[in-house]
Design a protein around this ligand. Structure first.
Ligand SMILES: [Zn+2]
Ligand SMILES: [Zn+2]
Length: 350
């Protein structure tokens, strides 16, 4: 094993820098992972790459970036109890205190302890040759899932699975997805896995709609203009039983609410910005339940891995662009344009 490694930091203003680091030594309860794949998330673009926007759990501390890591364990620290060298793992991307109420339910994402640190935000993440992780944040990645599949589960697929479980998507539901970037595409695919009979996607970017149709994430792809009438036309005038906003854009959030059938459920997962709507007309008189959902739990991420294998759904089908670690600046440039599918940095496929 080498003594030093390369890592990517994001200083802001759309810059990508490489730095040399010593290869870390796993401490108690930690594992050293040889990185295999580390994908780029919309949050990396929005809150780190363009400018450092975040506060609290989204404050970027100039660490190695990348919060969707997947790789192979190459060294165990003392006190590890489950994993072994050679194991393939997804890293659930937040390390919580482990003993608060939310951590005990597996929701390290909503841990409020000062000990909480997210990989790629407050502690070193996956855009490097190696990464140090707490063993309790590792989720086993079985065959036939690939390392790229695992990276996509670490954040995006985990997030949509959680939200769609929370709104209880089943075979009785048609699903409206607003914003069909990588998270919206994952939402369409997972909704179908859970039984949704029809998935309608809306976006402002035609290349994204085309790509989403091509990978089978949607049954109907609608441009934003005139979408509400089209949604009604496709659903017998009713709207969809379930909607999920994956855009974070105010007009798309409103469309998700308006495109939801009376008594339906709407999940919000797209981050940032605001929304302004007539509460009586939009949700009260239509008896709509709105859910906020942030990432997922460790247990649900394990459940998702199992379900994806059962459904024969390989997350990586939504990947449009693959780059090496050395090509990270180009990877970020493409992801920033917001016209593609998922962008992944792949260190090693095997
Ligand atoms: Zn993310
Ligand atoms: Zn905690």
């Amino acid at each position: 094993m080498p003594n030093t490694m390369k890592g990517v930091v994001l200083p802001g203003q759309r810059r990508v820098e490489f730095k040399e680091y010593p290869v870390p030594e796993p401490g108690h309860g930690q594992v050293l992972i040889r990185m295999k794949a580390s994908s780029i998330c919309g949050s990396d673009i929005r809150a780190i790459y363009r400018e450092h926007l975040g506060h609290g759990p989204e404050a970027y501390q100039n660490v190695i970036a990348g919060h969707e890591p997947c790789g192979q364990i190459v060294k165990l620290g003392p006190g590890c109890v489950r994993f072994a060298e050679g194991d393939r793992v997804i890293v659930y991307h937040i390390s919580g205190c482990g003993v608060c109420h939310d951590c005990r339910q597996g929701y390290m994402i909503s841990c409020t302890s000062p000990q909480r640190a997210a990989y790629g935000w407050q502690r070193d993440g996956g855009h490097a040759d190696y990464m140090l992780a707490e063993e309790n944040t590792c989720v086993a990645l079985p065959e036939p899932l690939s390392y790229v599949d695992g990276a996509l589960i670490a954040c995006g697929y985990g997030t949509v699975y959680e939200a769609l479980r929370r709104v209880k998507v089943s075979g009785g539901d048609r699903v409206l997805v607003t914003g069909v970037g990588p998270v919206g595409m994952a939402a369409g695919l997972v909704a179908k896995g859970l039984g949704a009979t029809q998935v309608i996607g809306v976006d402002i970017a035609q290349p994204r709609l085309d790509f989403a149709m091509q990978v089978g994430a949607l049954d109907h792809a609608l441009p934003f203009d005139g979408a509400l009438d089209e949604i009604k036309a496709l659903t017998g005038g009713e709207g969809c039983e379930v909607s999920i906003d994956c855009s974070g854009a105010p007009p798309a959030r409103l469309l998700a609410l308006q495109g939801t059938r009376r008594w339906g459920r709407c999940a919000m997962v797209g981050e940032g910005s605001t929304v302004d709507f007539d509460v009586s007309q939009t949700i009260i008189h239509n008896q709509i339940t709105v859910y906020g959902s942030w990432v997922t739990s460790l247990g649900h991420m394990e459940d998702l891995v199992e379900k994806l294998i059962e459904w024969k759904l390989r997350p990586e089908r939504i990947v449009s662009d693959r780059f090496t670690l050395d090509q990270a600046p180009e990877a970020y440039r493409i992801a920033d344009k917001g016209q593609s599918g998922k962008v992944v940095i792949v260190m090693d496929e095997e």
